[in-house]
Design a protein around this ligand. Structure first.
Ligand code: AHG
Ligand code: MN
Ligand code: MN
Length: 335
């Protein structure tokens, strides 16, 4: 790309030239990007910044929090609460919704985030990230409540993630395809590096935590068995496998070169719909993947059509290259 286009310019042009996003949403996305830069700095410092290790606390889902889970959550809240563009926020790391304090103006947007995705990778210096989703507060409701957040993913007005890896890359959709921005540390700004990202419809690469195989449901087992059978099996081709254990990094690979990602329901905790969170992980990633020509389902239903019944709802996730996701979904529906 000969002419460098910053995230700021990209967003201004989305707003001004194409009228695709309102000014308030542009501001919101700028602020989220700025928070991601701050988190990226903290991640980069690692032990030098004293940010590694456990925080000796648990979040609402009973998971032990890492220091960076808490730091990233605070950075996102502090960056977003005063700008006037938000009504409230919700995070994987907080039990209830976070209302914008009265001393600041209230806006019409709702911001949801997984402040630090891939927590188990923090201390071992493997890629991690931040995932975010933006909804609009429903018209005509006074104040703001948890109910206002319970909208299907199809209602998102913006979604994205920032992956803190060998490069820090922000990936964004406002419903007009997927764009990627690489952090230029000398300039201190995100620079557009890929536009109109497309996931190839077919793939020879799958991502799933294979250690859970004995707990899977039959359709998932069938799909993976067929992949493992390779050239001699029903698929007639050899498959490769990757599992980074950071959804951001796995989805980033899929947006870059295709593949299928699965964190399905399994028998370990049958009462839970899945491990991943619908509103902080599956919805934003599902929309990004769809915007890049891929598909995202829970095995039976499009992720973005699921109407959430609670903030921290979990979901089974199958997303990536369209033909593969359709195949796994068909295996579920055959039963
Ligand atoms: P988080 O760190 O936000 O709790 O999310 C971790 C998620 C997801 O990023 C990843 O795909 C998955 O958990 C990994 O789970 P396993 O350790 O069970 O493989
Ligand atoms: Mn996560
Ligand atoms: Mn997290």
């Amino acid at each position: 790309m000969s002419k460098k286009i910053s995230l700021t310019r990209y967003l201004v042009e989305q707003q001004r030239v194409d009228g695709k996003i309102p000014a308030e949403l542009r501001l919101l996305l700028e602020v989220v990007a700025r928070a991601c830069k701050t988190i990226s700095q903290a991640v980069n410092k690692g032990d030098l910044g004293g940010v590694l290790g456990s925080a000796d606390s648990e979040n609402v889902q009973g998971e032990v929090q890492k220091q960076l889970d808490i730091i990233a959550n605070e950075v996102l809240i502090e960056a977003n609460e005063w700008g006037g563009h938000l009504a409230a926020m919700a995070s994987e790391e907080m039990e209830g919704i976070y209302l914008v304090p009265n001393r600041y103006p209230q806006g019409e947007y709702l911001l949801l985030f997984d402040p630090l995705d891939g927590s188990s990778n923090i201390d071992v210096n493997v890629s991690i990230g931040t995932i975010f989703s933006v909804l609009k507060k429903p018209d005509g409701t006074a104040g703001v409540s948890e109910q206002d957040f319970l909208q299907p993913g199809a209602q998102q007005v913006a979604a994205g993630y920032c992956v803190y890896g060998p490069q820090t890359t922000l990936v964004l959709t406002v419903g007009d395809g997927v764009a990627m921005f690489t952090l230029d540390r000398e300039q201190g700004s995100f620079v557009l590096t890929r536009e109109n990202v497309q996931i190839p419809p077919d793939t020879k690469e799958f991502a799933i935590n294979m250690s859970n195989m004995r707990h899977w449901d039959a359709p998932v087992k069938r799909y993976v068995d067929e992949c493992l059978a390779g050239k001699e099996g029903p698929r007639g081709k050899d498959f490769n496998m990757r599992w980074i254990a950071s959804m951001v990094a796995d989805v980033h690979r899929i947006l870059t070169r295709g593949g299928i990602f699965m964190y399905p329901w399994d028998k370990r905790e049958p009462e839970k719909a899945g491990k991943l969170r619908l509103m902080y992980e599956a919805n934003p990633m599902g929309w990004l993947v769809e915007q890049a020509g891929g598909a995202a389902t829970n095995g039976r239903q499009r992720i973005l059509d699921i109407v959430p019944s609670k903030l921290h709802e979990r979901v089974s996730v199958i997303l990536g290259s369209r033909n593969e996701v359709e195949r796994v979904t068909a295996y579920h529906l055959e039963r």
